[in-house]
Ligand binder design. Sequence first.
Ligand code: GLU
Length: 513
Amino acid sequence: MLQRKTRVRFAPSPTGGLHLGGVRTALFNYLFAKRHQGEFILRIEDTDQSRFVPGAEQYILDSLRWCGLEPDESPEQGGPFGPYRQSERKALYRQQAERLVASGHAYYAFDTPEEIEAMREHWRTEEDPSPQYGQRLRMHMRNSLTLPSEEVQALLQSGHPCVIRLRMPADEVVGFEDMVRGHVEFQTAQIDDKVLLKADGMPTYHLAVVVDDYHMHITHAFRGEEWLPSAPVHLLLWKYLGWAEQMPQWAHLPLILKPDGHGKLSKRDGERLGFPVFAMDWRDPASGEVTRGFREMGFLPEAFVNMLALLGWNDGSGQEIFSLGELVATFSLDRVHKGGARFDFEKAKWYNQEWIRRTANQQLLPLADSVFRDHGIDVDPARLAEAIPLVKDRCILLTDFIPQAAFLFRAPLAWDKPSIAAKWNPQRQRFFLDWTEELAAGHGEWTATTLEQSFQAAATAAGIKAGELQLPLRIMLVGGKYGPPVFTIAALIGQRETYARIRRALQELDAGT
Ligand code: GLU
């Protein structure tokens, strides 16, 4: 067979925020495509109108963009195999479903939901408590297998609600080679006659995924493990439609598990345990409720992507930090695990801390700037540029720039007074009054070094150990016992501000004693 160009697709349904499991599927698709000089396609699977949520498609595009996973073809930028939204490909699915009816692999079914319910009631047995529409019962239902053909024609013409179902073969074993799991097999006897085309004319996922993967020349299809039970349905469709030769190679990716390892990680777990599961903030258009995302929580996309890649994959060397480019160069499906990958938020934060450290200060600047702006703090960009290298090692999240550096842009709102008061006395107060006078009188060069020298000299003159005065000075400037070296802080905030903050704090201390 001719070597085909690698084409993979990420095929989300626009039903809400993009769960991190979805982003990981997109990432593995992207890595595989780029690794093999192939194409990464975004297809929007919006045929379930009852689950369609406005805004969700844009959110998916924005999330992928934030992660740096730009598709080569998508509803937004188009491409040679469009449209890339399933709702715009309706005619294609009906045509294929009718072809299956004509070849005897599918049939029309006219049963109403009430009739199907009645069938379940009627045929329920102890061994089969919830009978399916399939081999056992299809011949008792109202469909084109049981009704005379004139009646079928009449029903079709009258516009009676009608679906098309796949006729599952009685006793076949169907199997395929999964790129992660190896050989997988299924018994067709266990599977019901899946609906392929719904009464509203929309295809179900089963039909649409096969028709689109074929028409879009997809060579490899990676999706979550939850789709494995559907694989036999799809295998048969590839075969019955006469396209078996072109069927993509499949890989079913391991689930992302709750932190305790019990079950699939859900949005609710995040709410319960206080961590995000969505890439970015998601506002539900119906309720207005906002679900927190990694981006808004202060994650760098590099860290988010790095963390996701290692959920279910590693390169075998123990290396944990990978840029997207390095992942492209190293990723391979044979190192994807079969077992579920447990999500660990502490580990996610560790990746972020590492990435904040590794990210160039210049690149952090606009990000830190917007964190401050979001918190209503106006920052001087030049001073922020100086602050970033001083505090970035202490930041786990981008939002940590607020506690770590806000005092460089605005005076503290409160002081840790007890920590000063413990050793406070008139002599110390005198010292600060005198030193600030000296500062006000003009200090020459205003740098951390000259300030420290002047402080030392003043302390010596007052007969106090400079070391003992540094903590009060820090609290006066910062509000608490944290931050970069204190004279660096004074140098950054400037002469007037240093003076004003010390004087203000002295008044507070006076008032408090
Ligand atoms: N629309 C499916 C989903 O949202 C896609 C599954 C697939 O990739 O085939 O999970």
